[in-house]
Design a binder for this molecule. Structure first.
Ligand code: SF4
Length: 281
């Protein structure tokens, strides 16, 4: 049994919060450059140039890419041979979030009660934590701060099998159009297909924080990713919603088995600040 201390987890999460909020990932930076080269609208091209400049300044000064440093979504993969020592896993992660957002001067955007009090929790906790137990003795973690300009534009629909691919495309386009300029395009769009209602939402989130360099390992779904990207870019929403051919830089699709009577579809939209930082212990 391999032991991992809570102290190490907290330290890692703290650093990942700061990195995710201040450093645009290499794949996303390259996607901005590619989008700038292909953009037909002069205003869109100019905006993409500014996003590149913004990314350069943020990295150099270690300042946030965007003022909305989001609610932290954390994906953890823990090997079944791992024993966490010195406290609880979720407490260790939340301590890391609190330290990262405080020491990194990142905006705290979480309210403890969603409906009545809506008082800021003061340290951006709690995070939304998804834990998966896997084989082995590894420990992998992904911290993905999520702004709500884009999060608010997600859609989940419980389609039926007869709706098929056309039904999936209809829900996808509905979400892209609903998002319009408010989700701060160019977007990375996560599409979850299958599972149950809650599984489908998690699939979409996983897809939204997957690298823009990646593609679904199943060629059919990889092709669907390309078709959906084309559909998004035909809407003409463009960079920052001011028109152009780069409404999205990538569509990622994640799938899971589902019931004979169902075809759940969820669209989770990520803005141009498609932040995520990965670490392992
Ligand atoms: S949607 Fe994204 S880019 Fe827009 S304000 Fe929120 S975090 Fe920032």
């Amino acid at each position: 049994m391999r032991e991992i201390s809570c102290e190490k987890i907290t330290e890692l999460v703290k650093n990942l919060c700061i990195e995710a909020c201040c450093v645009v990932t290499k794949d996303m930076y390259e996607a901005f450059q590619k989008a700038k080269d292909s953009e037909k609208s002069p205003l869109g091209k100019d905006i993409l140039g500014k996003l590149i400049e913004n990314a350069d300044i943020a990295k150099k000064e270690m300042m946030p890419i965007c003022q909305d440093t989001g609610m932290s979504v954390v994906f953890v993969e823990i090997g079944q041979e791992v024993h966490i020592v010195g406290g609880g896993l979720e407490d260790a992660i939340n301590k890391g979030i609190a330290e990262g957002y405080t020491q990194g001067y990142l905006r705290k955007s979480v309210v403890s009660d969603p409906l009545y009090d809506r008082v800021n929790s003061g340290d951006n906790t709690p995070a939304v934590i998804h834990t998966q137990i896997v084989e082995g003795d590894g420990f992998k973690i992904k911290v993905a701060p999520k702004g709500f300009g884009s999060e608010n534009k997600g859609i989940l629909k419980m389609l039926v099998p007869a709706d098929g691919i056309e039904g999936v495309k209809k829900v996808f386009l509905e979400a892209v159009k609903y998002a319009g300029p408010n989700a701060c395009p160019p977007l990375v769009i996560g599409v979850g297909i299958g599972g149950t209602m809650e599984k489908c939402a998690i699939l979409a989130k996983k897809a939204a924080v997957r690298s823009v360099d990646s593609k679904n390992p199943n060629p059919k779904y990889a092709k669907l990713e390309e078709e959906l990207l084309e559909l998004a870019n035909k809407t003409g929403v463009g960079p920052q919603g001011l028109g152009g051919v780069n409404t999205a830089v990538k569509v990622n699709v994640e799938v899971y088995a589902t019931h004979i009577a169902g075809l759940p579809v969820c669209i989770n939209i990520n803005c141009h600040a498609a932040r995520h930082a990965d670490g392992e212990l």
